[in-house]
Design a protein around this ligand. Structure first.
Ligand code: PLP
Length: 856
């Protein structure tokens, strides 16, 4: 194996990349690109791969176990060349396939005793199909029992056997007859077979669950399984597609416990890393005409594949199976070294598992592993820390590893059986650095390469910034449960969220955000857990809440195509519910982009935008400030920015009876007429002015609520320009979803008050400097009851929260789910009721809304 410069004649044309990205698998291409995993490998030699720019990598992913001798092994190429030179025909079905006969004979001699009948196939999944057909044909029974978290392939029968709902759903799997029990639980097997005698044809199981995350069963499991299956007259099929042919340090994993199954499947390694070949071995009496004369597969048993299989067996059995015993020895050493890393970084590595050279490093899923509230913790909670480490190892250290398919917080270590001790030492040293960065929360070390920063090892400059690991707030019995969906308002916000992100500038934060958003799939939407907290309500009532983050700023969320936006927020809602939330609040723009929640359709738990309580809190704040400033509300003009939206409209309705006049500001409708939404809002406001004592109510009573008359008398006025609208208003309510400021302090009338409900604010911040006569306060911010611990940082002073989040808390604490706010029409009774509940549970309103003024 050499690592000299590459032969440029084999570098594929650039069109290969765009062909893959466009026509083969654009979805996978996006995921790979997001974490810089999109290498084009142009040459492989043993454990080493070379990419199109000549960089060299050690391959510890090993094609999921299909590379027993690494890339391009000479003896296998030799066998292929021999076929070519001899002129042996490859495809001559049906006839006496002599090469297949030789391979079957050899397999029968090395396999567990009595498995002398071989059916050839072309892949692992096809091997599973054949095993199931043989078992069903022989027993005349349909039932197939397999284990949860197993992987047996992805064709429909094999997928039905595969114990994972994520890969099954949408494909009609499992088909009839398939059941799953826990892996490693012999009693569960006994119970299942006892409960349904004569139902199951076969129990199919992997000796070690490979794709499930390198999960080893308890010692003695396979022996017990064999005894139980025998006792119940059910066939035992071992799926050795991944474990077979030396991978676990024995020729077959079944040998570790001396188990002899009825059926055994092989694939992957049998092809020597060059040709797809698989085989199903079984006792001869299991196969009769009903299977043998009806099952065919055009390519199965072809001469080339069989000659390759024979060459593989030659290599594996040479010198007393030196390759296999060598793999056992090197695997033992490697596992030891990895276990050493697990001891060194206990907060990051939760377990090292496996046998031989089928090893798995399980990484933490603790959102809190580098302290409460960190981006790395959120990534770990998403089970994506493994992908981050894979990206680091590939890009910085030149080592290829990959997560297992189902257990994706497990990094598989599955190099060629011929891997050298020196290559293993390089892997361990590289992992030592990568895991070290993760343990210290060093973002530069882990992510710097994605942002084009120098990839030299940097000391963990950030360790000092970390407040230290603080325990997360765990769920206690009796806690009500809620969740709240949030997102950074802008890029600067990130450092408040996680101080470790301070090392990056805004452009780099933007780049990272985009990568995280792109690196998750539709099946695992991009939401992540930020952390949790508890609010203490009236008496001893408590509610535990998870804060779920979306990796988009306000502007980015607004730019998402509707379908994607709904998928992203829908995914976050599902994540929240799966964690136990009984009500989910849509914070920030997650409500705006889902049409105030309506776009999400029916959800299994109530969702709420929090708009009703935001309106309630703002109303209280406005009334209080008006009183303090001695404003004659009954004469005063109120301007509502965003009057057609849920919050503006609700506040307008509630205030209509008290005020002098209302200016409604909103987008223009078609043909420059007043938008129907704004017109409807005005009608509702006038209707609810009722018998109020303000000028508007009095005028409305005189004209019987006729809107045209009220417009003529300027009791109601419409604007599209916010600046023009605020000029002669003493009271301004800003409740738009614009992601930037709309008015400037200088636009305001002398002595005006502005209730800025919007996040980000609709009015620029430096009000006090420019207009000391003006009072600006945040309507949508409240103080949580004392005794609560919701001190996650999302840009507010300690103890404060957004009113929309407070509404979610109030609904959880009270269990009054009907109070949820959805759509733009909110009812006045709910506004009152939530205000009352806030008083009961100790959420303070108006005082807390003054924070911005106080902070200046
Ligand atoms: N069975 C096991 C245990 C496997 O690990 C795999 C693949 O990873 C399969 C079956 C399916 O093999 P293939 O991908 O060749 O269809």
């Amino acid at each position: 194996m050499t690592d000299t410069t590459i032969d440029v004649s084999v570098v594929p044309e650039r069109s290969g990349r765009s062909g893959f990205a466009g026509s083969v698998n654009p979805e996978l291409y996006r995921l790979l690109t997001a974490l810089n995993l999109d290498r084009e490998y142009v040459r492989g030699d043993g454990t080493v791969l070379f990419d199109s720019v000549g960089r060299r990598y050690l391959d510890f992913a090993g094609a999921y176990g299909a590379l027993p001798f690494g890339h391009g092994p000479t003896p296998i190429w030799q066998a292929i060349n021999d076929v070519r030179c001899s002129g042996e025909p490859i495809f001559v079905q049906p006839s006496v396939l002599t090469a297949a006969g030789e391979l079957a004979d050899r397999l029968g001699r090395i396999a567990p005793e009595g498995l002398t009948r071989t059916t050839f196939v072309n892949s692992g999944t096809e091997a599973t199909e054949v095993a199931l057909k043989i078992a069903r044909a022989h027993t005349g029974r349909l039932g197939v029992l397999t284990t949860g978290n197993s992987f047996h392939g992805k064709t429909l029968g094999a997928l039905s056997a595969t114990g994972n709902i994520k890969y099954q759903s949408g494909f009609g799997a499992p088909v009839t007859g398939f059941d799953h029990i826990a892996f490693g639980d012999a009693e569960a097997l006994d119970a299942a077979l006892t409960a349904e005698p004569d139902h199951y044809a076969v129990f199919l199981v992997e000796p070690i669950q490979g794709e499930g995350g390198v999960v080893c069963p308890p010692d003695g499991y396979l022996r017990q399984v064999q005894e139980i299956c025998n006792r119940h007259g059910v066939l035992l099929a071992l799926d050795e597609v991944q474990t077979g042919l030396g991978r676990t340090g024995r020729m077959f994993a079944a040998e570790h416990e001396g188990v002899i199954p009825d059926i055994l499947t092989l694939a992957k390694a049998l092809g020597g890393g060059i040709v797809p070949v698989g085989a199903v071995l079984c006792r001869p009496e299991l196969v009769g005409e009903s299977f043998a004369l009806r099952h065919t597969s055009t390519f199965a048993g072809n001469a080339l594949a069989a000659r390759v299989g024979l060459a593989v067996l030659d290599e594996l059995t040479r010198d007393d199976c030196a390759v296999v015993t060598g793999a056992a020895a090197i695997g033992r050493q490697l596992k030891n070294d990895l276990a050493g890393l697990a001891e060194k970084y206990p907060s990051v590595v939760t377990e090292v598992r496996g046998l031989g050279l089928l090893l798995g490093i399980e990484l933490t899923a603790d959102v809190n592993f580098v302290g409460r509230q960190s981006l790395l913790g959120s990534i770990a909670d998403q089970h994506n820390l493994s992908a981050v480490i894979c990206s680091y190892l590939l890009n910085v250290e030149g080592i290829r590893v990959a997560p297992t398919l189902l257990g994706n917080r497990v990094i598989r270590i599955e190099p060629p059986l011929t891997v050298s001790a020196a290559a293993c030492s390089r892997l361990v040293a590289a992992l030592d650095r990568g895991l070290g960065y993760a343990a210290e929360g060093d973002m530069d070390g882990l992510f710097g390469h994605l942002l084009g920063r120098p990839t030299v090892a940097t000391p963990a400059a950030l360790a000092a910034l970390r407040p230290g690991r603080t325990p997360d707030i765990a769920v206690r019995p009796g806690d009500r449960r809620f969740a709240f969906i949030a997102h950074p308002l802008d890029l600067g916000f990130f450092a408040a969220f996680d101080p470790a992100l301070e090392v990056f500038d805004n452009a780099e934060r933007q780049d990272l955000l985009e990568r995280f958003a792109a690196s998750t799939s539709e099946l695992d939407p991009a939401s992540f857990v930020i952390g949790s907290g508890r609010v203490s309500g009236f008496g001893d009532s408590t509610a535990h809440g998870d804060l779920i983050g979306l990796p988009y700023t306000s502007e980015q969320l607004l730019r998402l195509p509707t379908e994607r936006a709904l998928r992203v927020v829908g995914g976050a809602v599902e994540l929240a519910i799966s964690r136990g939330a009984t009500v989910v609040g849509l914070g920030g723009y997650s409500s705006v982009i889902t049409g105030n929640g309506l776009g999400l359709g029916a959800t299994s738990r109530p969702i709420t935008t929090g708009n009703t309580f935001t309106a309630a809190a703002s109303l209280r704040a406005v009334r209080r400030v008006c009183q303090e400033r001695g404003i004659d509300v009954a004469r005063a003009r109120v301007t509502i920015l965003g009057a057609g939206g849920a919050i503006g409209r609700t506040i307008g309705k509630q205030l209509a009876g008290e005020v002098g006049s209302i200016a409604l500001v909103g987008r223009r409708g078609e043909n420059s007429v007043i938008a129907p939404k704004l017109w409807a809002a005005a009608q509702e406001m006038v209707a609810s002015a009722g018998a109020g004592s303000g000028d508007l109510a009095v005028a409305a009573a005189e004209v019987d609520g006729n809107l045209d008359d009220l417009i003529r008398s300027r009791h109601i006025e419409f604007f599209t320009d916010p600046i023009a609208a605020v000029q002669d208003s003493l009271i301004v309510i800003a409740a738009t979803s614009a992601p930037h400021a709309l008015i400037d302090p200088t636009d305001l009338m002398q002595g005006a008050i502005v209730c800025d409900v919007a996040q980000p604010p609709n009015i620029g911040r430096d009000v006090r400097g420019e207009r000391p006569d003006v009072t600006v306060f945040d309507g949508g911010i409240v103080r949580v009851p004392s005794g609560s611990d919701f001190s996650l940082t999302y840009g507010l002073a300690p103890g404060l929260t957004y009113a929309c989040m407070a509404e979610t808390m109030l609904i959880a604490l009270s269990g009054e789910f009907a109070l949820r706010s959805i759509g733009t029409t909110l009812d006045g009774e709910s506004v009152e009721r939530l205000g009352a509940l806030a008083d009961v549970h100790g959420f303070t309103l108006a005082e807390a809304t003054r924070w911005r003024e106080d902070a200046q």
